[in-house]
Design a protein around this ligand. Structure first.
Ligand code: PLP
Length: 393
């Protein structure tokens, strides 16, 4: 057999991808499966964005571009940060990549090596710890429970900072919990870093526009401008503009870091898809009502789903302030028919044809994550199935 590199033993396939694949396999057997596993809007990409992509292809925008993105796209990204976040960037402080995921991948690979620690508040998006491990670094998980609204406190982060700490991951709104960090909470975290210019803050803002409170959005670089030189702000068009498949994300931060990320990208994927770049220009420069309409739909679905599951035995519900997931505690559902989170998740798929992701993949157990980026009728049926399942624990 062909030997694989030792680094492959340090990482796993993403838990969400695995859950999606199981749901797809069950569906391929002809079963009527509802899958609430995916983290993607169920809407189509708005028409004006699709048209921009078609026009780009027809006008010959089908070749390589600059590795870190076209000038036009960088202008649109710079304008977005100025308009929405009050942040000022120049072209050499911006990189466009194949999804926000590649931005994070580039940043970690460019900064983290063996012996380096990266603080990752959990529950967390499945990919953060594995990307750190791939770089040879050590993810230092910080469990955040319901008592803090699943948020990392400055005190808890302070207790984990060591001389080896090189980065802190912040994700607000958070996948999977929907927790949103306030300006005051970000400032308290920033206060820990005044004498640690060697620690990078990666602010993953991909769910910025999917929030359900009136609080203004706070991002680290704008909240702690004195620390902007050690912050990478990550965002993209996937979630806000229903463009997950286009694979276009971007990062903004200090020029030396962005330069390193560009070098790395030049030796891996080169520029992000040229046509997707043109589409992203249309998204970022275009009307905002499509984003707002989706947000309202997610808001309505969140409330309906919470209501539909309100009396479900065994479930502990939390109301997310952002993103499009319910992260549901199931400790009260275990101990009868089902001993473990995995048994619960498997039985839910086997008996009720409802696919969800277990919390373990996000570093918190026993929980399940339900995506409410699904149609109203699917969500209604999913709630009925979950209620029926839990009536017989
Ligand atoms: N960050 C978080 C927290 C996510 O949930 C996701 C997608 O699920 C991403 C980043 C990746 O986004 P993109 O599709 O732009 O790569």
């Amino acid at each position: 057999t062909l030997p694989l590199a030792p680094r492959m033993s340090r990482i796993q396939a993403s838990a969400t991808a695995a859950a999606m694949a199981r749901a797809a396999a069950a569906r391929a057997e002809g079963r009527d499966v509802i899958s609430l596993t995916t983290g993607e809007p169920d809407f189509d990409t708005p028409a004006h964005i699709q048209e921009a992509a078609i026009a780009a292809m027809r006008s010959g925008q089908t070749r390589y571009t600059a590795v870190d993105g076209t000038g036009e796209l960088k202008d649109a990204i710079i304008a977005k940060f100025a308009r929405e976040n009050g942040l000022t960037f120049t072209h050499d402080e911006i990189i466009a990549s194949t999804g926000a995921k590649q931005v994070i991948f580039n940043a970690i690979l460019a900064t983290i090596s063996a012996g380096d620690e990266v603080i990752v508040p959990t529950p967390a998006w499945v990919s953060y710890p594995d990307i750190v491990k791939l770089a040879g670094g050590t993810p230092v998980l910080l469990p955040c429970g319901p008592e803090t609204g699943f948020k990392p406190t400055a005190e808890a982060i302070a207790a984990l900072i060591t001389p080896a700490t090189r980065a802190i991951m912040l994700n607000s709104p958070c996948n999977p919990t929907g927790a949103v960090l306030s300006g005051a909470e970000l400032r308290a975290i920033g206060a820990l870093l005044v004498d640690r210019p060697d620690i990078l803050v990666i602010a993953d803002d991909i769910y910025e526009h999917i929030r359900y409170t009136d609080e203004p959005f706070a991002t680290f670089a704008a909240t702690c401008p004195e620390l902007a030189e050690q912050c990478l702000t990550v965002n993209g068009v996937s979630k806000a503009y229903a463009m997950t498949g286009w694979r276009l994300g971007y990062g903004a931060g200090p020029a030396p870091l962005i330069r390193a990320m560009r070098v790395l990208q030049s030796q891996s994927t080169t520029n992000p898809n040229t046509i997707a770049q043109a589409a992203a220009v249309a998204a970022l420069n275009g009307p905002f009502d499509c984003v707002e309409q989706q947000r309202q739909a997610f808001h309505r679905r969140r409330d309906r789903l919470l209501q539909a599951l309100g009396n479900c035995p065994g479930l502990t519900l939390y109301r997310p302030d952002g993103a499009f997931y319910l992260f549901i505690g199931i400790s009260n559902a275990l101990g009868g028919r089902y001993a473990t989170e995995a048994a619960f998740v498997d039985a839910l798929l086997e008996q009720e044809n409802l696919a969800v992701v277990g919390g373990e993949g996000f570093g918190a157990s026993p929980y399940i994550r339900l995506s409410f980026a699904a149609s109203d009728s699917e969500l209604e049926e999913a709630a009925a199935r979950l209620n029926r399942f839990c009536a017989d624990l």
